[in-house]
Design a protein around this ligand. Structure first.
Ligand code: BG6
Length: 482
């Protein structure tokens, strides 16, 4: 591992994302010893004119998760590593100052190899990405005489459609090379998402079954039991497809559907993901159901006539030898009856059903990403007892039970560590992003033009009934407990 000075610069340090996700993730890495205090310096940068201590006290509440003296001491020590610099996102002054501050720390470690490692985390609205990139390029790059690197971590939304995303990619691409750009999709940092390749390619069980001959349909589902609270302004501009489906769920689809990569090298994995995306057929209007929860427009930051979907079910069809004819049903919604994200792989029925058990349901393999990570297989067994009858039961691997005492890392924590280590496997490559936008842009444009309208649904419901009808039409057979 490299040594020397490592600077983590959180841009947009006083914003919500930084406070709720970025700083806590950095703190957890610190607690686990991944960020040695004699090497690491953390900088917050934003427009607000506040002192170091003010920033520290704003973040503090998000770090403290128990009241023990040793934990509180850790929090205080960590906060002392944070320095705040204020400045605008498009003027030289702030960035020159930031560079000076970083350099001060680097000099003290300059005898070490790789003493100018600079990681810029963009907890910012994408509208300022181009100017911030220009400023970093001009004033804040790592000092080559000290050795090291400069990397940038950018958050979605990367554009609003194919053209705007490509424009943003080109603007950033003129200033940074692809190996320096980490496009984060935090779903790729979730434990069970990271498990997908292992599951598929290290288990003989799945190899012969994972195809159109055996699988009837695949569902990738995201539900939240709360609305857009406090984020109405942002959300209304983007909607559920851009917020969840085009990125998080599509990334999961890639890992479920891709072919085996040549190796685990990031480029090999991403090559296979791109192929899947490029094989997706144009979305048909009749395979889309949009919804909007009642009460969404009561948010003062949402326009009264908003046409933005807060729920969508979209069927994607992959045109290749493995998946022809298998619907991939992507479903996401806010203000529903539960908070859950899961993948449901439903198998075809057994030909020649001598037990007459078809009505009890099909084999189904469920991977629950959250909450309570688990994988379970629904299968038919003999009902215990004297009678020869059958019931549906489950082979269940619940992480909480099986791996007691193991803490599952937060997605952001893992991904920030990857950026420090220079591993791009779990980040989205430029061509991958482009292919993802190609799939959804025509549909998004139709919605933006008001040609497709969301169906109202009640807060706390399953979403519009039309979505369940679409599922049934696609071949999904409801099983017990779903
Ligand atoms: C974010 C979306 O990317 O993911 C939010 O912008 C959503 O709208 C969040 O709430 C969900 O993340 P998680 O990890 O809680 O499922």
């Amino acid at each position: 591992p490299e040594t020397g000075s490592l600077s983590i610069i959180v841009l947009g340090a006083s914003g919500d994302l930084a406070k709720k996700k970025t700083f806590p993730a950095i703190f957890h890495l610190y607690l686990q010893g991944f960020l040695p205090p004699d090497e690491v310096h953390i900088f917050g940068y934003a427009r607000t004119k506040i002192s170091d201590d003010e920033l520290r006290s704003r973040i503090r509440g998000y770090l403290v998760n128990d009241k023990s003296a040793s934990h509180l001491e850790d929090v205080s020590k960590f906060l002392q590593l944070i320095k705040y610099v204020s400045g605008s996102y498009d003027a030289a002054e702030g960035f020159q100052l930031l560079d000076k501050e970083i350099e001060k720390h680097e000099i003290s470690r300059s005898s070490q190899e790789g003493s100018s490692r600079r990681l810029f985390y963009f907890a910012l609205p994408p509208s300022v990405y181009p100017s911030v990139c220009r400023m970093i390029r001009k004033y804040c790059m790592s000092k080559s005489d000290l050795g090291g690197w400069t990397r940038i971590v950018v958050e979605k939304p990367f554009g609003k459609d194919l053209d705007s995303a490509e424009q943003l990619s080109s603007q950033i691409g003129e200033l940074f090379d692809e190996p320096q750009i980490y496009r984060i999709d935090h779903y790729l940092g979730k434990e069970l998402v990271q498990n997908l390749l292992v599951l598929r390619f290290a288990n003989r069980f799945f190899l012969p079954l994972w195809n159109r001959d055996n699988i009837d349909n695949v569902q990738i589902v995201f539900r939240e039991d709360f609305g857009t609270e406090g984020r109405g302004g942002y959300f209304d501009e983007y909607g559920i497809i851009r917020d969840i489906i085009q990125n998080h769920l599509l990334q999961v689809l890639c890992l479920v559907a891709m072919e085996k990569p040549v190796s685990l090298k990031p480029e090999h994995i991403r090559d296979e993901k791109v192929k899947v995306l490029q094989s997706v057929l144009p979305i048909k209007d009749e395979e889309v159901v949009l919804g909007q929860y009642e009460g969404y427009r009561d948010d003062p930051t949402v326009p009264n006539h908003s046409n933005t979907p807060t729920f969508a079910t979209v069927i994607l069809r992959i045109h290749n030898e493995r998946w022809e004819g298998v619907p991939f049903i992507l479903k996401a919604g806010k203000a529903l009856n539960s908070r859950k994200a899961e993948i449901r792989v439903q198998f075809k029925e057994v030909p020649g059903d001598i037990f007459k058990c078809k009505k009890q349901g099909r084999n189904e393999f469920v991977i629950r990403l959250q909450p309570s990570e688990a994988m379970y297989m629904k299968l038919t067994v003999k009902k215990p007892g004297l009678e020869m009858s059958t019931i549906q039961s489950e082979l269940d691997l619940s992480y909480g039970q099986r791996y007691q005492g193991v803490t599952i890392p937060e997605a952001y924590e893992r991904l920030i560590l990857d950026t420090i280590r220079g591993d791009q496997q779990h980040f989205v490559r430029r061509d991958e992003l482009k292919a993802a936008w190609e799939i959804f842009t025509p549909l998004l444009h139709r919605i933006d033009r008001g040609e497709m309208k969301p169906i109202p649904y009640q807060t706390g419901s399953r979403g519009p009934a039309e979505a369940d009808e679409l599922l049934a039409k696609a071949g999904y057979v409801q099983t017990h407990g779903y």
